[in-house]
Unconditional design. Structure first.
Ligand code: ACM
Length: 539
């Protein structure tokens, strides 16, 4: 009996069956071969060049975590029997392109740039069994692959609800495993300021905590009556930035201005045009604690108390950005710019005088002045600003990149003005929307199911071929008013993120809904393997 078991254990790879190949996002070109290659504990990851260590480490870490198999990493070892990662001229100018070959002798992943090798590794991980195994049998095949869009992003709002550093790292892993390359970290909101700024300690001492939170869907059934909050220290942010860079993920920090700034104003009331006025909140919502003075908001919506365009505010913001710039190497800084009510500026004698002095048309002109002044400062520091599409109103800042969220209109207009654009229209890529009818937990509304996301086309038809070049890519946004825990983050994320990854990576010709749905069956098992929650009715 023992001998029989031993024999069964050592069935050669030749006779073992590799699972169906099911890669998401769909590669450009996939040719299946005939046999199998087996990754075992003596298989090595061989590096053919410097600079591929991150890819090797990711592969090694994943295989260790999922299968308990430790693959050694070797520099310049032999190819036979091993997984070889190489930099090689494959004549793809697109960053992220790679070739992969699995044959009798070896697995090879080659690319012009290290990023391409990393994405080849992500493909290799998808060939591995979706259940535990101690021999990883993968089929002979050949893949030529490259991304369609340069910008492939995911956003996360940590203002409405806060998620710890370990979870942010997990979120970055999800991004990387979907061959996406940007994490838009929404760090400041009316309901919480989440980034330590050493020059302004009250931003986190005061601004990172609210005295309570609306229960249920706005206006809610009450208030939790408990303090809620949290923030990331600068040390933690550095750690996350490095973690992301090791996965070829760029982090774009967002510091909201001039609106969505209640938490900053609660910390430093002089940032408001009316520092003496108490924070207003909608009368139909329940409030906990004092209503005197400036307060961090406890409910959801758009609030009238916004940054005053004063020298005090500009000095404050410049100092904040000085620290933000030191932490984030990204060439982009997101300055928000959305949903800034103009009521405060209308009734402020200071703002009205400023409009006259600067020869501005109205309060929209003042918003444009605000954004352009910040842009000038940040450009001077070598950074390019990104703003939500409201920054088009009153005149676009000269070098700004526009994130089109209120449909595609803002993106189309910006591209026509020869500005770079990232498409993030609510109807298709707002992952806070419902995905079931009826939805089984509270959401903000809307309806964006898997098929809707899959059918999204980031380049609007109305753009000429020349203007279409300004569309760098797209991004899904995850606003967290109704997402209080990480399990719900994943429920809202999956499977829609997998659909978006294919929209952004795969060629239009390679996108096919019935085929994608079939490939998703394996992906659901992969989510299980990752221990990730997902929307199961979509199965
Ligand atoms: C947004 O959803 N307010 C950008």
């Amino acid at each position: 009996m023992k001998r029989l078991l031993t024999c069964l254990f050592f069935i050669p790879a030749l006779f073992m069956k590799a699972q169906e190949v099911s890669i998401i996002p769909q590669p450009t070109q996939l040719t299946m071969g005939k046999g199998n290659f087996s990754i075992q504990s003596n298989t090595k990851i061989v590096l053919g060049a410097e600079g591929l260590e991150k890819s090797a480490a990711f592969l090694q870490g994943y295989v260790q975590k999922m299968y308990g198999l430790h693959l050694k990493i070797e520099h310049k070892g032999i190819a036979t029997g091993n997984i070889v990662l190489r930099l090689k001229k494959i004549n793809h100018t697109v960053a992220g392109a790679y070739h992969m070959e699995v044959n009798n002798d070896y697995v090879s992943i080659e690319a012009d740039q290290a990023t391409g090798v990393f994405y080849g590794v992500q493909t290799l991980l998808q060939l591995l069994p979706v259940t535990t195994a101690n021999e990883l049998v993968i089929p002979h095949l050949s893949i030529i692959d490259k991304p369609r869009f340069a910008y492939r992003g995911m956003h996360l709002d940590v203002g409405r609800h806060f998620f710890p550093v370990d979870y942010i790292k997990k979120y970055i892993d999800f991004i990387a495993m979907h061959k996406m390359n940007t994490f838009h970290w929404h760090l400041t909101e009316d309901q919480g300021w989440r980034i330590e700024i050493k020059k302004y300690p009250k931003l986190t001492e005061v601004g990172a905590y609210r005295n309570g939170t609306t229960i249920g869907r706005y206006p809610g059934t009450g208030n939790t009556n408990t303090t809620y909050g949290g923030y990331y220290t600068q040390e933690q942010i550095k750690e996350v930035v490095k973690y992301a860079a090791d996965r070829y993920v760029d982090i774009i920090p967002e510091i909201e201005l001039p609106g969505h700034s209640s938490a900053a104003i609660a910390a430093y009331p002089e940032l408001s045009c009316f520092p003496e006025e108490a924070t207003k909140h909608p009368s139909k919502t329940a409030w906990n604690g004092t209503t005197e003075g400036k307060q961090v908001q406890q409910t959801w919506g758009v609030f009238e108390d916004v940054f005053c365009p004063s020298e005090y505010t500009f000095n404050f913001l410049e100092n904040v950005f000085n620290e933000v710039i030191e932490l984030f190497p990204s060439k982009y800084i997101h300055i928000g710019g959305d949903e800034c009510p103009k009521e405060s500026w209308k009734r402020s004698a200071f703002c009205q005088q400023l409009i006259k002095d600067k020869n501005l048309k109205d309060e929209h002109g003042l918003q444009s002045y605000f954004i352009q002044r910040m842009e000038k400062y940040l450009n001077g520091k070598g950074k390019q600003i990104i703003g939500w599409d409201e920054i088009l109103e009153g005149g676009l800042a000269p070098n700004a990149l526009v994130m089109s969220w209120r449909g595609e209109k803002g993106g189309i207009e910006a591209a026509k003005q020869k500005h770079q654009v990232i498409m993030t229209p609510g109807e298709w890529v707002y992952f806070d929307h419902a995905q079931n009818k009826p939805e089984d937990s509270v959401t903000i509304g809307g309806f964006t199911d898997l098929q809707k996301v899959y059918g999204y086309e980031p380049v609007p038809k109305s753009l000429s071929e020349t203007d279409a070049q300004y569309v760098l890519g797209a991004q899904a946004n995850l606003w967290t008013e109704y997402i209080t825990n990480t399990s719900k983050v994943e429920y809202m994320l999956f499977p829609r993120m997998s659909a978006l990854s294919e929209v952004l990576w795969s060629s239009k010709e390679n996108r096919h809904w019935p085929n994608f749905k079939e490939r998703m069956q394996q992906q659901y098992k992969r989510y299980d393997q990752w221990g990730a929650n997902y929307n199961k009715p979509a199965k």
